[in-house]
Ligand binder design. Sequence first.
Ligand SMILES: Cc1cc2nc3c(=O)[nH]c(=O)nc-3n(C[C@H](O)[C@H](O)[C@H](O)COP(=O)(O)OP(=O)(O)OC[C@H]3O[C@@H](n4cnc5c(N)ncnc54)[C@H](O)[C@@H]3O)c2cc1C
Length: 452
Amino acid sequence: MVDLHDHNPPHQVVIVGGGFGGLYAAKSLAKANVNVTLIDKRNFHLFQPLLYQVATGALSPADISSPLRSVLSKSKNTKVLLGEVNDIDTNAQQVILSGEIVPYDTLIVATGAKHSYFGKDNWEEFAPGLKTVEDAIEMRRRIFMAFEAAEKETDAAKRRAWLTFVIVGGGPTGVELAGAIAELATKTLKEDFRNIDTSEAQILLLEGMDRILPPFAPELSQEAETSLTQLGVNVQTKTLVTNIANDIVTIKQGDDVKEIAAKTVLWAAGVKASPMGKVLTERTGVESDRAGRVIVEPDLSIKGHPNIFVVGDLANFAHQNNKPLPGVAPVAMQEGEYVAKLIQKRLKGETLPQFNYVDRGSLAMIGQHAAVVDLGFIKLKGFLAWFVWLFIHIYFLIEFDNKLVVMIQWVWSYFTRNRGARLITGKETIPSVPIESNGHYQPVKTRQPINV
Ligand SMILES: Cc1cc2nc3c(=O)[nH]c(=O)nc-3n(C[C@H](O)[C@H](O)[C@H](O)COP(=O)(O)OP(=O)(O)OC[C@H]3O[C@@H](n4cnc5c(N)ncnc54)[C@H](O)[C@@H]3O)c2cc1C
């Protein structure tokens, strides 16, 4: 093993994870009298709130990714290490990567969460979730491949299944995916195919609760449902998915059980903590919740280990309103910044009051031209909400290059309704072509309406 310990350091802060929590902690420590090592298994920070735009061909992966080295290049006290942390030795105060150990005086764990299938992990094969760039590319492949396959399909029922898109989960990601696919089908792709009418695609958004966007005010949930319906999305609430297999989604609505034939099923429901949560519980004895999130103290440290902090999606902070804070970017950013401040205070022999999250509101985009914004004191919908959504997302994109590129792409697609990043990449699965007995490709001649 290589010991990366520098034997002449000031206080050593190790941050595991360069997402919103870890990166904001590192940035807040840039001028502190400490040495910072930020470790991430990827060499870039990913702006996950815009992943759905990669999945639907509006943006490219690089538009929403920022190289961690470049983001932190001006933080001279900070080094970035590419690697996956798989263990922690709390006695020796070291984190363990494959082939390396990195000592710490203070450790911040910010490894986030991933999607969860509520124990039905076999659904993942049929219904991919959205968390990484690879997930977004896989979703993009499935969405655009479905239209290609429908164009070649001669059997009406099969074509209907290719043109049926089921999105499971009516939270912001599900709403944004459903709206974007509806825009694709009814506007972007409308003139591009010859054998199918893409606007006949069915987009179903399934939600278990009695309304979509449960964290928003009820009137905004209603507004979102109306806007989605106008775009052509079929919103089904109080709907539980009981099985996903072989192009069939089984749903339960009250006592009714129905089957939906759909070739494209996208998962936007449920999250569970990253595996570092388990490592922490095993090594420190700290408790975790059902989703594997680590129960943290009011200052975001771990019980009995005041020099180990957990921030972001991996943390269960329930010291405000007696319920855990939501897994959203602002929580992770504010937690990262708080811990950075607390470390500096402690080095001066001082402390801070407990962490207090300031909720500035929630936003969700619906298609390309509308959004809902709940800022608590004001609720916005339609164009104004869309503009606020755009401004906030541009503002929080980490690097100036990304801000510029994304802004230009959005303005361009606003006027043209085009989505330039419609690449089918990844697995090589070209839909089979119906062949006539004479060996020639048989185009579909009739357009048939579809219904579920
Ligand atoms: C599709 C999607 C849409 C979303 N939309 C919104 C939205 O609109 N608004 C909003 O506020 N929030 C949104 N969120 C939630 C938001 O992105 C998260 O709350 C936020 O990213 C959490 O930050 P984090 O730092 O805890 O984790 P992450 O940002 O997930 O970062 C974790 C980092 O840790 C690294 N890592 C993981 N394990 C290891 C390891 N063992 N070793 C080294 N590195 C490791 C990962 O590579 C990653 O860089 C969305 C999330 C998703 C997936």
